[in-house]
Design a protein around this ligand. Sequence first.
Ligand SMILES: [Zn+2]
Length: 92
Amino acid sequence: MRYYCPSCWKDYWDKDFEICPGCGYNIKAHNDKDYVDKLLNALNHRAGEVKHWVIMILEQRKEKRAIPYLEKLAEDTDDPSLAKAAKGNCKN
Ligand SMILES: [Zn+2]
């Protein structure tokens, strides 16, 4: 199992920290946040594969709240496949 700090995106293996050892972010408090907020936050992840995965989940959930975030991502990204995925979602 792989864990990410939702603040600095440092990744950890086999250990689920409550407080990120890298930046001091309270991961436990973060995990209590709304699931959609977490997904939207993950759109800022540096790894394109994570963004693709998040877009897919938002699409399945038909999250209207995600639309402005996806539009911005489609504009800002220099990854054409990511822009396509984000734009496709906005049409739903
Ligand atoms: Zn951190």
